[in-house]
Write a protein that binds this ligand. Structure first.
Ligand code: COA
Length: 137
């Protein structure tokens, strides 16, 4: 399974995958999220292709203290084949290569499947409440 770093030309395919995986929300324009993540050195979108088709993605970023995962999506027809595990491993390696010692992520409260997947990979629920405030309006 070869994990590659995606570029701007992959945006449409990645967004189609995010939509199929139910990850997009109206208040987070996916194109802007994708373009921003592939533009700078502190973030990337990783992907796995099969026969030219993008079948899995994960966005990864580091904030100078921790590494974060976002937009982990596997093609609904290709789940339970190890693609998600491979992408998380690649994202962890990406973070570690930049000096990060911790990977973390947010799972929406109603996404029990994702929580079960991450727990299987050794992640545990942190005793932390995430607070947020929008800065764009
Ligand atoms: C979550 C997701 C990325 C998992 O991808 P996947 O390729 O099917 O996962 P893998 O095949 O790599 O599974 C890795 C391990 O997790 C387990 N697992 C996968 N999905 C699981 C689930 N829904 N419940 C419990 N365990 C699960 C697998 O059995 C496997 O365990 P094993 O290797 O010890 O046998 C995929 O279901 C998905 O795209 N979901 C929709 C998008 C989403 O919710 N993303 C996360 C946002 S926070």
């Amino acid at each position: 399974m070869i994990v590659v770093e995606l570029g701007r030309a992959d945006a449409d395919a990645a967004i189609a995958l995010w939509e199929a995986a139910g990850l997009t929300r109206p208040w987070n324009p996916p194109r802007a999220d994708f373009d921003r993540a592939v533009a700078g050195p502190a973030s990337a979108v990783l992907g796995i292709r099969d026969g030219g088709a993008l079948v899995a993605t994960a966005m990864v970023g580091e904030d100078g203290h921790r590494g974060w995962l976002y937009y982990l999506a596997v093609d609904p027809a290709r789940r339970r084949e190890g693609l998600g595990r491979a992408l998380v491993a690649a994202a962890e390696a990406w973070i570690a290569a930049r000096g990060g010692v911790k990977a973390q992520l947010m799972v929406r409260g109603d996404n029990a499947d994702a929580a079960a997947f991450y727990e299987r990979l050794g992640y545990d629920v942190q005793d932390t409440v995430v607070l947020g405030r929008r800065l764009d309006g």
